[in-house]
Design a protein around this ligand. Structure first.
Ligand code: IPM
Ligand code: MG
Length: 333
């Protein structure tokens, strides 16, 4: 898709590949080898496939493939993870929610990605374990600012999700956000929503949300839930940006061990991540929209992988689905 987009734009993208996760552990013993780290720091943008799998999932192992992904996010300093959730009438039937709830849903979740419990100190012995959740004012401020700036190009509403009734990190999150928005984002409407309630409102009134900003773990949970609005976890892309808007682009789904190697995974999340890469890291907005239009044109024309197939309808393999999207992309040229 990236090569086809480059050709359409008359740009030649230099695409280089490197290992991460389980494949990297097999080849080098490390989930994020030094060569991969160097390449990530050099590249304008990184497109990532999923990491992990049952082969590397021993709960007592000291290194897991996921560590490679966390190290990569930290190395690239991509603190803001953008996960857009939009519904399309063609996919209403694939969602467990009633169609009237899905109408007009257009949410951008901005998940803090390089802090919180994911990166806090950890320890474990036979009888106890701890995961530290820590945030600094700086970490909170930069991501809620990014959310505010993005909201300005949309409906100018931000829901900040926390657990300020229980957690001190959330109390800091809430006060920093209130302060920053009062000072610099008076044109943006800010509301604070407790995480448990947000999870519920996401199902009962999803169309009311515009931008949601939240910390790392809540954002992880919230976006898997939100993906079901779009029909399937396989549909959702993401962009993780640093201060220079250089980024890491990946679908939000994981390695889907239950279907791995069968050639039936939905490629839409990855292809839509390519669109976000074109938009945010390369500034090629027109091309990005053309990729997105091609994905939904193919889906609307009935080309579907199994996770979004129509009841009784045929399910395409990943490659055939990708070809249908490419054909729609070329047809729009
Ligand atoms: C995601 C994934 C990752 C996360 C895993 C694979 C470490 O679930 O990107 O949402 O928890 O961040
Ligand atoms: Mg996740």
């Amino acid at each position: 898709m990236l090569a086809a987009a480059g050709q359409a734009a008359g740009e030649k993208f230099e695409i280089r590949e490197a290992l991460i996760g389980g494949a990297a552990m097999d080849a080098t013993g490390e989930p994020f080898p030094i060569d991969t780290r160097a390449l990530c720091k050099e590249a304008d943008a990184v497109l990532l496939g999923a990491v992990g799998g049952p082969r590397w999932s021993d709960p007592n192992a000291t290194v897991r493939p996921e560590q490679g992904l966390l190290d990569m996010r930290a190395a690239m300093q991509v603190y803001a993870n953008l996960r857009p959730v939009k519904t399309h009438p063609a996919l209403y039937a694939a969602s467990p929610l009633k169609p009237d709830r899905l109408e007009g849903v257009d949410i951008l979740v901005v998940r803090e990605l390089t802090g919180g419990v994911y990166f806090g100190e950890k320890s474990r012995d036979e009888n106890s374990a701890r995961d530290l959740c820590a945030y600094t004012r700086h970490e909170i401020e930069r991501v809620v600012r990014m959310a505010g700036e993005l909201a300005r190009g949309r409906r100018a509403q931000v829901a900040s999700v926390d657990k300020a009734n229980v957690m001190d990190t959330s109390r800091l999150w809430r006060s920093v956000t209130t302060e920053v928005y009062a000072k610099d984002f008076s044109d943006v409407q800010l509301e604070h929503v407790l995480a448990d309630a947000a999870m519920m409102h996401l199902l009962s009134r999803p169309a009311d949300f515009d931008v949601i900003v939240t910390e790392n773990l809540f954002g992880d949970l919230l976006t898997d839930e939100a993906s079901m609005l779009s029909g399937s976890l396989g549909m959702l892309p993401s962009a993780s940006l640093n201060a220079d808007r250089r980024g890491l682009f990946e679908p939000i789904h994981g390695s889907a061990p239950d279907i791995a190697g069968k050639g039936i995974a939905n490629p839409c999340g990855t292809i839509l991540s390519v669109a976000m890469l074109l938009r945010y890291s390369l500034g090629l907005e027109e091309l990005a929209s053309r990729v997105e239009t091609a994905v939904f044109a193919a889906v609307a024309a009935g080309h579907r992988t199994g996770d979004i197939a129509e009841p009784g309808g045929a399910a395409l393999g990943s490659e055939a689905m990708g070809d249908a999207i490419l054909a729609a992309f070329d047809a729009a040229g």
